[in-house]
Design a protein around this ligand. Structure first.
Ligand SMILES: O=c1ccn([C@@H]2O[C@H](COP(=O)(O)O)[C@@H](O)[C@H]2O)c(=O)[nH]1
Length: 238
């Protein structure tokens, strides 16, 4: 998990994924499968990626009543992904239920997938959070509150922006994962993200892993772009 660069495979279907992955043949990547791809392809896309030896973050952001989340996680555990997630806004009881489901669905002797919780989406600004969610505190306070709740529930870490990662690390310790999307090179377009940061900033903030989607998947040469991203993230010439 530590220092991973996770590629968000936000593609419409499996054949687009296969086309994207062709130049990466022989490399074992850490990839993220989100709603767009999973809702289209279902478990078969996970099997395909696992056959090639890739590590998988299944980013379905579960958010429902505890009983439903528990049962859903029991089913997802059977896919044997490395990382899954929920929304912290679902509450402590729901997060504990997610873990119970994962443990119940993991075969004896195997490690359950790590489970993290989304604090505030990286596409959310403080203004939006105050006015639309009616949360009357700073965005950082809200993220830190959700992160503490997530740790109390026994989960392994959070999804947050790189801007909150150092405070979370300071408060909850370095073993608690901070997985950060919204990462952009200075020249990249920001798109719908609000709380963006460069890979260098994320590294200096002590982030556990970064998630990069469009900057790599929509690049003219995705393999070259991935290598440049790896160098910026690791801070060394590879
Ligand atoms: O707070 C969040 C949680 C998840 N994401 C996901 O990460 C990627 C980011 O893609 P980019 O193209 O690099 O913006 C995407 O799959 C989101 O669903 C997030 O951005 N923020």
């Amino acid at each position: 998990m530590d220092n991973s660069l996770i590629i968000a495979l936000d593609f419409a279907n499996g054949s687009e994924v296969r086309h994207f992955l062709k130049p990466f043949s022989g490399r074992q990547l850490f990839v993220k499968v989100g709603m767009e791809l999973y809702y289209r392809e279902g478990p078969s896309i996970i099997h395909l990626l696992k056959e090639s030896g890739h590590r998988i973050f299944l980013d379905l952001k579960l958010h429902d009543i505890p009983n439903t989340v528990k049962s859903a996680m029991k089913g997802l555990a059977r896919l044997d992904c490395d990382l899954v997630n929920v929304h912290a806004a679902g509450g402590k009881e729901m997060m504990q239920a997610a873990l119970e489901g994962l443990e119940a669905g993991t075969d004896a002797g195997r490690k359950r997938p790590a489970c993290i919780a989304v604090t505030q989406l990286t596409s959310t600004s403080e203004e939006q959070m105050n006015n639309e969610q009616l949360i009357p505190v700073s965005l950082k306070e809200s993220v830190l509150h959700y992160a503490s709740l997530t740790k109390e529930a026994g989960l392994d870490g959070v999804v947050c922006s790189a801007w909150e990662a150092a405070s979370i690390r300071e408060k909850l310790g370095p073993a608690f994962y901070t997985v950060t999307p919204g990462i952009r090179m200075k020249s990249d377009s920001v798109g719908d993200q609000k709380r963006v940061a460069t890979p260098e900033f994320a590294r200096n903030a002590g982030v556990t892993s970064i998630v990069v989607g469009r900057s790599i998947t929509r690049a003219a040469d995705p393999l070259k772009s991935y290598q440049q991203w790896l160098e910026s993230w690791k801070g060394v010439q590879l």
